[in-house]
Design a binder for this molecule. Structure first.
Ligand SMILES: [Fe+2]
Length: 231
């Protein structure tokens, strides 16, 4: 007799998706903050269609609304990390210390993109959308159409497809990437190792996003639950 539950669906990819309830009120202010920081950066080339700030925004912005935004990022991150580590951490929700290792913004237009990459020196990352054209307007672009300005995530299976056989039996491998629509107010939290890119964007309004990197540490004891030699 066959086992009733033989399958081990291993190695999933955790992704946290949130919508900030204050986005409609605060996003216009965040957009102005980003635009004025770009304008006052001596290295900014006026008229250039792509701009990335440095990653030191955390303490540079002195606004009550910024503190509320950071609290939203941290709360969302904490929840995602707890859910992702359920059954792995020794207790359900142990104390933890979150290190915000960098926060930066990007402004894009004119068909620019941010090529495939992962984030280093951190375990979790996030991308928050401040401003972008709506889906109907983005879809009108003659070349980019449905992919105009989306964030594309490449799952672990993607690397198994180079020249690989595809048939009915490995259909589960073939949905290897995910396009996340850019929606103002939406935050996507992802493991820092997860390859992704911002696809080319062209629109009426600039595409403005804020990204961050974070490290997570146990409040007490060691971070290493799976040290070598402990199995
Ligand atoms: Fe990124």
């Amino acid at each position: 007799m066959l086992s009733p539950d033989p399958l081990h669906p291993l190695w999933h990819t955790p992704l946290g998706v949130y919508q900030w309830e204050q986005a409609a009120d605060v996003n216009p202010l965040l957009a102005r903050v980003c635009q004025s920081m770009r304008a006052t950066d001596p290295n900014h080339v006026p008229g250039a269609p792509f701009y990335a700030s440095d990653d030191k925004l955390l303490h540079r912005v002195k606004l009550t609304e910024w503190q509320a935004f950071i609290a939203f990022l941290v709360d969302s991150l904490r929840q995602t990390v707890v859910l992702a580590n359920q059954g792995v951490w020794p207790t359900q929700a142990p104390g933890m210390r979150i290190g915000m290792e960098g926060i930066w913004f990007q402004i894009a237009n004119g068909g620019t993109h941010h090529d495939i990459h992962t984030h280093g020196n951190c375990s979790w990352s996030g991308v928050y959308c401040i401003q972008v054209d709506d889906a109907a307007a983005r879809a009108q672009h003659p070349s980019f159409a449905m992919h105009n300005g989306v964030t594309r995530f490449y799952g672990p299976h993607f690397n198994r497809q180079g020249g690989a056989h595809m048939d009915f039996g490995n259909a589960y491998l073939q949905n290897a990437h995910l396009d996340m629509e850019p929606i103002p107010g939406q935050l996507v939290i992802f493991p820092s190792w997860l390859a992704h890119q911002a696809m080319p964007y062209a629109g009426q309004d600039d595409r403005i996003i804020i990204s961050f990197n974070a490290s997570i540490h146990a409040e007490a004891g060691t971070d290493q639950l799976h040290a070598y030699g402990r199995g």
